[in-house]
Design a protein around this ligand. Structure first.
Ligand code: RP5
Length: 174
């Protein structure tokens, strides 16, 4: 199946965190591909990747990067497809540095920015964007959301299954 979401990070050091977005997309049945491409160390590769990914079916880009986090902005400069930025922690600003680098885009080139390190939310937002024109996916997301609500309602102290929505099968167990 062709990839519908591109998950890109700026360094191998971001990869484990980005995997949480991949896991969420797996749970929702959304095809995706993962790449490590530094906007600073490999700008030409990034340029080629952004140009070619839509031909494989990619419709949304998720970009996770820390420090001077220009990855999402560099991708957004090269595509009119939706770009979701994930500022990564680890820099001297504890992620605030990356947050500002990611979110403060100039007028005309938006990046939808999620919270610091919130790769899972980025995956969910990517799925929600695709679901605007995919009723079956919209139904799976509704099931996912109902599941995390139900788990809270059934266990008000929220002890049983970890954080709401966490864990394999979250989309399927509602
Ligand atoms: C950014 O700088 C990366 O996205 C990563 O979050 C951070 C550190 O990268 P490495 O020095 O670990 O490759 O470009």
């Amino acid at each position: 199946m062709p990839s519908r979401v591109a998950l890109i990070c700026g360094s191998r050091s971001d990869l484990d965190a980005l995997q949480e977005a991949a896991t969420l997309l797996d749970e929702l049945g959304v095809e995706h591909e993962v790449r490590v491409i530094s906007a600073h160390r490999a700008p030409e590769l990034l340029e080629r990747y952004v140009a070619e990914a839509p031909m494989r079916g990619v419709r949304v880009f998720v970009c996770a990067a820390g420090l001077a986090a220009h990855l999402a902005g560099a991708v957004a400069a090269r595509t009119a497809s939706p770009v979701i930025g994930v500022p990564m922690p680890g820099g001297p600003g504890g992620g605030l540095d990356a947050l500002l680098s990611t979110v403060q885009m100039p007028s005309g080139v938006p990046v939808a920015t999620v919270g610091v390190g919130m790769t899972r939310n980025a995956g969910l937002l990517a799925a929600q964007i695709l679901a605007v024109s995919d009723q079956a996916l919209a139904a799976r997301i509704a099931t996912f959301r109902a599941g995390q609500t139900r788990r809270i309602e059934e266990d008000p102290t929220n002890q049983a299954g970890g954080p709401p929505g966490a864990g394999a099968g979250a989309a399927a167990d509602a």
